[in-house]
Design a binder for this molecule. Structure first.
Ligand code: UD1
Ligand code: MG
Length: 451
């Protein structure tokens, strides 16, 4: 059975107190909306429709950055979850499979849970995700009779007896897409909120003799994000899970509580991560590599045996081969560093390719930006770039070369050459003593004048 996703993301999220739409606030390096898309990816959706409303263009951009194939529809007025789902009707007009409705602000639903709901669909027309709430608060309540879900009643509309039900609606719903839209046609807004409730489709389905049931999951999965407090708490929870997974997978961390991961960080067995390391999105660390304290990495790959830091920054597009050394206060961006090369101290390497076993001396800068365009620096194998060399890109320094310390390299250097590009030194005998005397006299005169 093919499945499509409808992700509701039109709400403003007033309680976030933010200009950014709620679903775009990041959790472990990815917007909340992307977490919902990732949960849904488990059912290999044929189509993903995101219902945007508040700041729809920004939501569209973020959704397409994650999945360019996504379809965006807009809900201009937020008239309720049922109304929101109906906005996807045209986008799914030709689709006869199942639709799974997810909320863009609910990032913890496990892919397996959605899988279980899709499986349950073979026996029931409508499947809803339920959970036993410790404190059911204002959630919708699931009215069951045996295994059959009879209807969902929203807290505001519930009787005291119904409010006593602890089985609550987690928000995820699945049904055949066309059946879902037909049921929604019958939903009105005559209720305590004056909204078109998605949840009303269950009662309507039952009236029509269609079967409905609930699949349950732990409460933690259904937790939605409404405030920055909840977002921060969710980040803490997620970080703690990721640290625990990394330890279980054989990563060494002496202070795991100080290491921050992204949702997609991949770290191999027997890698060591020292305290206070931050991983932005898109990082892969291979087996046995070591990331030393206070390093910041994003969008990079570190191969086995490499050592990075302390205090190193690897930016997107950085590719370190095996046994590379990147030391303190080194920044690398969009560059490939070949096996055994070393960039140990105080350097900026950007848009560069550095060959095997080459040593980049302290303070070396690839001057990759001319104020308008970026240019490439290529350095060959077994070369020695002297300390404080400025490499004015575009420039190529071939294999087995040397550059003299302090050189400003503006021209290509051929293989085996030594490039010196700095002013000649001149020594003036005795002149230092004369200079000191002259300066001291000058200072004495000046001090007298100010008295
Ligand atoms: C909803 C459910 C409730 C369930 C709870 C779980 C309904 C009527 N109620 O309530 O049974 O227990 O979720 O968290 O479905 N949205 C739109 N357009 C709208 C309204 C909402 O896109 O017009 C989006 C919101 O941005 C949000 C999601 O739908 O991502 C859920 O809406 P929300 O207002 O949070 O629903 P709840 O009142 O929490
Ligand atoms: Mg909610």
């Amino acid at each position: 059975m093919s499945v499509s996703l409808i992700i509701l993301a039109a709400g403003q999220g007033t309680r976030m107190n933010s200009d950014l739409p709620k679903v775009l606030h990041p959790l472990a390096g990815a917007p909340l909306l992307v977490h919902a898309m990732l949960s849904g990816a488990a059912v290999s959706p044929e189509k993903t429709v995101v219902v945007a409303g508040h700041e729809a263009d920004v939501v569209e951009k973020a959704a397409k950055a994650h999945d360019p194939e996504v379809t965006i529809v807009t809900q201009d007025e937020q008239l309720g979850t049922g109304h929101a789902v109906l906005q996807a009707r045209d986008a799914l007009a030709d689709f006869d499979g199942d639709a799974v409705v997810l909320f863009g602000d609910t990032p913890f639903i496990r892919p397996e849970t959605i899988g279980a709901m899709v499986t349950a669909r073979s026996d029931h027309a409508v499947v809803v995700l339920g959970f036993e709430a410790e404190d059911p608060k204002r959630y919708g309540r699931l009215v069951m009779s045996g295994n059959t879900l009879e209807r969902i009643v929203e807290y505001k509309d519930a009787t005291e007896k119904e409010r006593a039900i602890s089985l609550c609606n987690g928000g995820v719903v699945t049904a055949n897409a066309q059946v879902l839209f037909d049921l929604l046609d019958a939903v009105g807004n005559d209720n305590a909120s004056g909204e078109y409730y998605l949840t009303d489709i269950v009662g309507i389905a039952r009236e029509r003799g269609l079967s409905a049931t609930a699949v349950t999951c732990p409460e933690a999965e259904t937790q939605g994000i409404n405030t920055r407090q909840e977002l921060a708490k969710a980040e803490t929870t997620l970080q703690s899970h990721m640290r625990s997974d990394a330890l279980d997978n054989g990563v060494t961390m002496s202070a795991p509580e100080t290491v921050f991961f992204s949702h997609d960080t991949v770290i191999g067995r027997d890698a060591t991560i020292e305290p206070n390391v931050f991983f932005g999105p898109g990082v892969t660390i291979e087996t046995g590599a070591k990331i030393r304290a206070f390093s910041h990495l994003e969008g990079c790959h570190v191969a086995r045996g490499s050592i990075v830091g302390p205090y190193a920054r690897l930016r997107p597009g950085t590719e370190l081969s095996e046994d590379v050394r990147v030391g303190n206060f080194v920044e690398i961006k969009n560059s490939t560093i070949a096996e055994g090369a070393k960039v140990n101290h105080l350097s900026y390497i950007g848009d560069a390719e550095i060959g095997k076993a080459t040593n980049i001396g302290a303070g070396t800068i690839t001057c990759n930006y001319d104020g308008v365009m970026k240019h490439k620096t290529t350095i060959g194998e077994r070369s020695f770039i002297g300390s404080n060399t400025m490499l004015i890109a575009p420039v190529t320094v071939a294999d087995d070369t040397m550059t003299a310390s302090g050189s400003v390299i503006t021209k290509d250097v051929e293989a085996k050459a030594l490039a010196i590009a700095r002013a000649q030194q001149v020594n003036k005998p005795g002149l230092a003593v004369k200079m000191f005397e002259k300066l001291k006299n000058l200072k004495a005169k000046r001090d007298k004048g100010t008295k």
